[in-house]
Design a protein around this ligand. Structure first.
Ligand code: MRU
Length: 349
């Protein structure tokens, strides 16, 4: 891939190629899928990950499913069942369900199976394109907001990977960081390594290095020290689901960052497309939090990191209460202090 071509997938009409993010940065391996089953596995096993990216991949998965059943008399019900099943590939990011609901609404418009593939493909491409556009808009809004209240460049800290690898465009939180960099307004982006999958170390560091951004990697536990030393102006993170009251589900480790940020007087900015807003769920305690296998903590490849029988608690997301978030940025605008509901969140949907 060249510098400006970082993308989690490539659509070829009959095949979805997925960059296997589990292998980055050591290897760039593309897996080709020609059916929805393959796309389900790619999402479930985290070859492709990041809330917007899994939604887009699932939409392409529906097109692949349509290709295989367009001739069958029961294509409508078969595709409905495929969408129900794809929605279960990962439980926390609402973007997955959102994208599949858009595909379902499109399917409902199909009067004749002759139009099925063309219509579904056009919808999947639109979902992809709109996410890239949303990323660009959020980059500008987020960078403007950070620079509005300061003279010089900013120092930010980010968690997980919210960049091109996690989205259909330049990224959400990392899109804001990119925009700051392009304006010459970024002193440094500190990157939490993000245990246990190391999305920060393996993916964000890879993206930032390729572009020559001033960046620095730290263990998750060093975030407090960075803030205590005055080296962070803003924590800038993405989201997997934002509930009606402004609570934010994001990669495990986001909640401790928000608590630290409040202690040290550092701002917390959450950057996510409107497809991440879930008005149906009233508050964060109602979100299903994915828990993954304990093996992810007990070993790294062939190396044991812990006794193989030790009990493990491995939730992969946490919920930050709205009261600890200073700003939510979507492509539609900015919500200040979501905990106070001064700007109603539903104005950003
Ligand atoms: O488990 P992952 O890697 O899919 O988790 C990703 C995150 O938590 C991201 O912060 C979130 O999806 C936003 S990506 C633009």
């Amino acid at each position: 891939m060249t510098q400006d071509q970082v993308t989690p997938f490539r659509w070829h009409g009959e095949v979805l190629e997925v960059l296997d993010q589990r292998l980055l940065p050591a290897e760039e391996v593309w897996q080709a899928y020609s059916d929805a089953e393959g796309v389900y596995r790619a999402i479930h096993e985290m070859q492709v990950r990041g809330a917007p990216a899994i939604g887009i991949a699932a939409a392409y998965g529906v097109v692949l499913a349509a290709r295989s059943c367009a001739e069958a008399p029961d294509w409508y019900s078969r595709l409905g069942a495929t969408m129900d099943w794809l929605a279960q590939a990962r439980p926390t990011a609402v973007n997955l369900v959102w994208a599949l609901e858009r595909m379902r609404a499109c399917l409902a418009q199909v009067a004749d199976s002759a139009d099925l593939i063309t219509m579904l493909e056009a919808e999947a491409l639109a979902i992809h394109r709109e996410d890239a556009e949303a990323n660009r808009a959020m980059g500008v809004l987020g960078a403007d907001r950070i620079l509005a209240e300061r003279e010089g460049p900013a120092q930010v800290l980010t968690h997980c990977n919210t960049g091109a690898l996690a989205t259909g465009g330049q990224g959400t939180a990392l899109g804001v960081v990119r925009e700051l960099f392009q304006r010459g307004a970024l002193t440094c982006v500190h990157m939490d390594e993000t245990r246990p999958w190391l999305q920060g170390a393996r993916l964000t560091a890879w993206e930032c290095e390729r572009e020559g951004m001033p960046c620095s990697l730290n263990v998750d536990g060093a975030a407090a020290t960075l803030m205590a030393q005055g080296r962070v102006d803003w924590v800038v993170v993405g989201a997997d689901r934002i509930t009606a009251n402004g609570d934010v589900a994001n990669k495990i480790g986001t909640l401790p960052l928000a608590i630290l940020a409040r202690h040290y007087g550092v701002g917390v900015m959450v950057v996510a497309p409107s497809s991440t807003l879930d008005a149906e769920t009233p508050s964060g305690d109602r979100i299903e939090i994915e828990e993954r296998d304990g093996t992810e903590l007990r070993r790294s490849g062939r190396r044991w990191l812990a006794p193989n029988s030790v009990a493990v608690f491995n939730p992969v997301f946490d919920v930050t209460p709205a009261s600890l978030v200073d700003v939510i940025v979507t492509e539609k605008g900015i919500c200040e202090a979501p905990g106070d509901q001064v700007t109603p969140l539903d104005s950003l949907t």
